[in-house]
Write a protein that binds this ligand. Structure first.
Ligand code: ATP
Ligand code: SF4
Ligand code: MG
Length: 333
């Protein structure tokens, strides 16, 4: 296996998503299909964390599920380590499943209630052909790695708290030694105090194991803490993507500005001075997106061109590690 330090600048990114579209069939006869993911492109480099944020229903989970092939892409490609995996049969995909794993939002509902945690964590190894003895031994090591007591290995998920159950979910994801973990709202269902523990755990595992994360969340404070870069989604599209420092300090897209303006600031003076931008109404349905810039009905900066011409994602300021899809982006300070 190539390590991060051995990789050259010509190496393909660990994950390369290109023009990915995932469409669900129309809900009712006569209604349009739902374009949940509508032509998105991004990379995740080895060992980095890309945060994926946006309001409920913007397509974050569909993106994550399509990447790990829990959902089939409609068009576009997903390349892992230079190889397009978006059309591989489930059989051909099996060896790659070792490297590409997912952690889910609700730990309890994503764990089989009738299996012991040792069995749950062993399962991916058994599927990959490990013996029952080896898989169990590895499951106990993984329990220790994620801060669980190996003596609890024969307990069932309902005997664990939400935070402990999420540790089981993380241990299961790590069982096969993945390089990329898609974490879909991994802390959203947990108490705030427990959220910090799970975030700490994920950061430690990243350092120790060199993991890359696609970290999906609607909580921008959590994403700010964990990610290197951030992608902002609106109605199935990426409207802004770039280095976390740039996007958080100087959001260029009006939607990103509105999302960030809702995040409380720890410094009381800054909090008092915080400009709040209220988003009007709910996002439109992805089955009937508005023409032009799909954000225009809610955008205070919308002009005529916004109603007819969709802005493409492009570098805002030359040389800047950030792209934005807006006809009138905020000037970078
Ligand atoms: N299996 C499905 N069949 C039909 N439509 C779906 C399906 N799954 C999701 N959708 C629709 O696709 C769109 C994107 O949903 P998705 O779950 O990806 O959003 P999300 O950003 O993860 O939202 P949340 O923050 O609430 O988790 C929504 O309009 C949703 O209703
Ligand atoms: S393109 Fe126009 S409507 Fe869309 S975000 Fe930019 S200013 Fe607003
Ligand atoms: Mg979701």
């Amino acid at each position: 296996m190539t390590t991060a330090t051995e990789r050259t600048s010509e190496s393909p990114p660990l994950l390369a998503v290109r023009d990915l579209t995932t469409t669900f069939p129309a809900r009712r006869r006569g209604s349009a299909p739902v374009r949940a993911v509508d032509g998105i492109s991004f990379d995740v480099a080895e060992g980095e964390t890309l945060g994926l944020v946006g309001e409920s229903g913007c397509g974050k989970s569909t993106t994550g599920r399509t990447i790990v092939r829990l959902l089939e892409p409609t068009t576009g490609s997903v390349s892992y380590d230079g190889r397009d995996i978006s059309r591989l049969s489930q059989r051909a995909l099996r060896p790659l499943r070792r490297e590409l794993q997912m952690v889910f939002q609700d730990p309890h509902s994503s764990l089989n209630p009738r299996q012991t945690v040792a069995r749950i964590i062993s399962d991916p190894l058994l599927v990959q052909g490990s013996s029952a003895t080896d898989a169990r031994k590895r499951a106990l090591e993984l329990m220790e790695l994620v801060g669980l007591i190996p003596e609890h290995s024969d307990r069932y998920p309902h005997e664990f708290s939400g935070g402990q159950a999420q540790r089981v979910g993380i241990a299961r994801a790590l069982a096969t030694g993945p390089r990329l973990v898609v974490a879909d709202e991994p802390v959203s269902a947990l108490d705030v105090s427990v959220q910090a523990q799970i975030v700490n755990l994920m950061e430690r595992l990243q350092r120790e194991l060199g993991l890359a994360y696609l970290f999906i969340a609607h909580d921008l404070s959590v994403v700010k803490r964990v990610c290197d870069r951030v992608a902002v989604m609106y109605l199935g599209r990426i409207v802004e993507i770039g280095a976390k420092e740039r996007v958080y300090a100087a959001p260029a897209h009006p939607y990103t500005r509105a999302l960030l303006s809702a995040v409380p600031l720890p410094d009381p003076a800054a909090e008092r001075a915080r400009e709040r931008i209220t988003l009007l109404g709910d996002p439109p349905s992805p089955a009937a997106p508005p023409p032009g810039c799909t954000f225009h009905p809610r955008c205070h900066k919308a002009q005529d061109i916004c109603r007819t011409e969709a802005p493409v994602l492009r570098i805002g300021t030359p040389g800047e590690a950030r792209e934005v899809a807006c006809h009138f982006p905020e000037e970078a300070p």
